[in-house]
Design a protein around this ligand. Structure first.
Ligand code: C2E
Ligand code: MG
Ligand code: MG
Length: 670
């Protein structure tokens, strides 16, 4: 019996030496029978044992008569195997006998089960179903991700998780793949117990046994976070986070494509640069949050007035860029088309904004450049659109300007201009022109002095172009000083004249000049040196200049007002005229910007603006003057809206000194 048993058999003497061993143990251990019969327990035990510890164990078995325990044995070749031993003490002979069962397979199975159990509880959700796709097990991650507990889903079809976002075809293809290749992975949108829909990455594997499917295992991870991050990255790279519009990079990409397409299909395209007028001042006075809100609204309006094929992007700050495609192949037609759209945009952006319970008036300046094919470099095109926009600003804002090649020349000649401007003063190329200011009764009140530059090299250059160059190079300091001095000298010369002696002269002051430390002293010094009457001198400042440091500006103005100098707010209404500061300022006059006067008959918004400014002026005790009055029929409206002083081509263009004096002489006799 012992020789035919599956289990091993040992007979040990009281010292722990093998006296008998069966065939089964010989096979298990790899030793020959003769070898085994000289061995003792510590030779076969793989665990650390000593003769003393074996002895102690034997004593315990003697006391109890028998024992069952598990241990590990070492084969002849050194490998280990798990055994379960049933040991007995044979009192009659003082010997021990034992049956040894090789349990290594069972041990290995237990181990892999333990590993599987640990693996089962990973971060990934796992569903195990039977071959009919009924859930038989889920893990903890499943419960966390889906919100369903195991008991709630046992016996159900995983369909209970579906969001309804995928159609039947989707699932059909999924099952096709599982049935043919045994496996499917992909992104699936499912629903949690609380109803929330979320994306997951799902892998389904069919488990086969003997050629038949016995189970399906589905493993998935919640990829909400990952998708969010991907989205974020895509956004950062191609979208402006504030307005969610494409950003510069994306637009340049599209522009490149559009130019290529235009080269093929011969249709022209247009690039528009758009900048919100006086945005910086808004930001500085009302705060960035307010500015942001305006930008978001501008973005919304912009998107709303474009065609599907057009693109719009935020380039940064208050700059937006619009790309029009598929315009006519003929330049004149495409210009009309682009002009239409640009005008529409300008109008839409000039509508009042309702932000934070306030009505806010804004406008934009738009530069447009047409392109045909991809001959012109992208950089060049951007520069041209930018230049046209700059022109729109310089011509009074709230305007659309097309790029013209002459502008290009100007751009390239900026350095040339700066160098020429350096010599303008000493070469006597600068001259002052005078433009009349009058009231409804056509009484002469004074004149604004406007700088003219007749460059030997460049010809007549508009102040719109050279003043910014002069400001940038700080040449405006000597030039502005010269203007002030020349105007004051003129006041002194006219002093005794019965008509001219009563006129005031308005001098434009650049922010660069005004911000000089000793500006006040300079003005006083010029007045003293020329002997001009300070009461005949008026300084034109812009709102933006004053807003930069309102306290300092006020201090300087108060000091000059003390000696009789008057102040006028130029281009009023285009900046961010907050009542808060206007009432604090020691000014005498508001000068309504000519952009409002221009459209007063056609644009009700402009009429309201003029009315508002006039009311404001009356309430705070300021005078008000309208600039840019060009036609007779603007006068009744302006008067009706409360404005009674005027300046503009209707009365006179800015003219040289001699012409101005002749004009004044004739004026009285008219
Ligand atoms: P501004 O101070 O607003 O001057 C008014 C501008 O409007 C002048 O342009 C004038 O010629 C123009 N204008 C006057 N009446 C009419 C009209 O009825 N219709 C139209 N369409 N325009 C009219 P200008 O002389 O080209 O000067 C442009 C700007 O250059 C001035 O705007 C001012 O900001 C600046 N500027 C001119 N002279 C000086 C100066 O001496 N110093 C400084 N710092 N800036 C100056
Ligand atoms: Mg002015
Ligand atoms: Mg002005």
């Amino acid at each position: 019996v012992l020789e035919t048993m599956v289990d091993g058999y040992w007979l040990l003497d009281g010292e722990g030496y093998l006296r008998e061993v069966n065939e089964a143990y010989v096979r298990m251990s790899g030793y020959r029978r003769e070898e085994l019969l000289n061995m003792c327990i510590p030779d076969l035990e793989a665990k650390e044992v000593t003769l003393a510890s074996v002895r102690a164990h034997m004593d315990a078995i003697i006391a109890r008569g028998s024992e069952r325990f598990e241990t590990i044995h070492r084969r002849k070749d050194g490998s280990l195997f798990d055994v379960e031993i049933s040991a007995h003490y044979w009192q009659d002979t003082g010997q021990f006998f034992g049956f040894i069962r090789d349990i290594s397979e069972r041990k290995a199975r237990e181990e892999s089960l333990r590993i599987a159990a640990v693996a089962f509880n990973t971060q990934e959700a796992i569903i195990v179903t039977d071959k009919f796709a009924n859930i038989i097990r889920v893990n903890r991650a499943f419960e966390t991700i889906t919100g369903f507990s195991e008991t709630e889903v046992l016996g159900k079809n995983p369909r209970i998780l579906s969001s309804g976002l995928h159609n039947a075809e989707f699932y059909r293809q999924m099952w096709d793949a599982i049935n043919t290749s045994g496996r499917w992975s992909g992104e699936v949108w499912d629903r949690r117990k609380d109803g929330a829909i979320y994306p997951k990455w799902l892998t389904i594997t069919a488990v086969h046994h003997l050629g038949e499917v016995t189970h399906y295992v589905a493993v998935f991870v919640d990829i909400t976070e990952r998708k969010k991050a991907e989205e974020e990255i895509k956004n950062l790279a191609f979208f402006d986070p504030l307005t969610h519009m494409p950003n510069r990079r994306m637009l340049l990409d599209r522009l490149r494509l559009a130019m290529g397409q235009s080269a093929r299909n011969k249709n022209q395209g247009a690039l528009m640069f758009l900048d919100i007028d006086h945005f910086k001042v808004l930001n500085d006075t009302k705060g960035h949050e307010f500015g942001d809100k305006l930008l978001v609204e501008v973005a919304r309006r912009l998107s709303a007035c474009l065609r599907d094929i057009d693109s719009v992007a935020r380039f940064g700050g208050d700059e937006f860029v619009v790309l029009l495609e598929g315009l006519s192949p003929h330049s004149q037609e495409s210009a009309v088309q682009a002009g239409h759209i640009a005008e529409k945009i300008r109008e839409v952006l000039a509508q009042p904004y309702y932000l934070e319970n306030m009505v806010y008036q804004s406008s934009s300046s738009i530069g447009v450049v047409l392109f045909s094919g991809d001959e012109v470099q992208i950089d060049e095109l951007l520069k041209q659109a930018d230049l046209a926009m700059y022109q729109a600003k310089a011509s009074g804002r709230n305007m659309v300007r097309f790029f013209e090649p002459t502008m290009q020349a100007v751009l390239e000649s900026r350095t040339i201009m700066e160098n020429a401007l350096r010599l303008a003063l000493s070469n006597g190329e600068l001259e002052l022109h005078y433009q009349l200011q009058t009231n409804s009764a056509r009484d002469l009140l004074g004149a604004e002095v406007l700088l003219r530059w007749n460059s030997a090299e460049l010809g007549a250059v508009s102040p719109v172009l050279f003043i910014p160059v002069a400001e940038q190079s700080r040449l405006i300091l000597p030039i502005g000083h010269w203007v002030l001095e020349t105007a004051c000298k003129q006041l002194k010369i006219w002093e005794k004249h019965p008509v001219l002696g009563l006129l005031h002269l308005a001098v434009n002051v650049s922010p660069v000049q005004f911000h000089q430390e000793d500006f006040v002293d300079q003005v006083k010094a010029v007045l003293a040196a020329t002997g001009a009457n300070p009461r005949r001198l008026e300084l034109e400042l812009t709102e933006n200049l004053v807003l930069e440091d309102i306290n300092e500006a006020t201090r300087r103005m108060v000091e000059l007002r003390a000696i009789g100098v008057r102040f006028s707010m130029d281009d009023f209404g285009t900046g961010h005229s907050s009542l808060q500061y206007i009432k604090r300022l020691p000014i005498n006059q508001l000068k309504i910007d000519r952009s409002f006067v221009r459209d007063i008959l056609t644009d009700p918004g402009d009429a309201v603006m003029v009315q508002t400014i006039s009311d404001l002026a009356r309430n705070f005790g300021f005078d008000v003057i309208a600039e840019g009055v060009e036609t007779e029929d603007q006068l009744p409206s302006l008067t009706h809206l409360g404005c009674s002083t005027f300046q503009g081509y209707l009365f006179s263009k800015p003219v040289g000194l001699a012409d101005f004096e002749r004009l004044v002489a004739r004026w009285d006799s008219v």
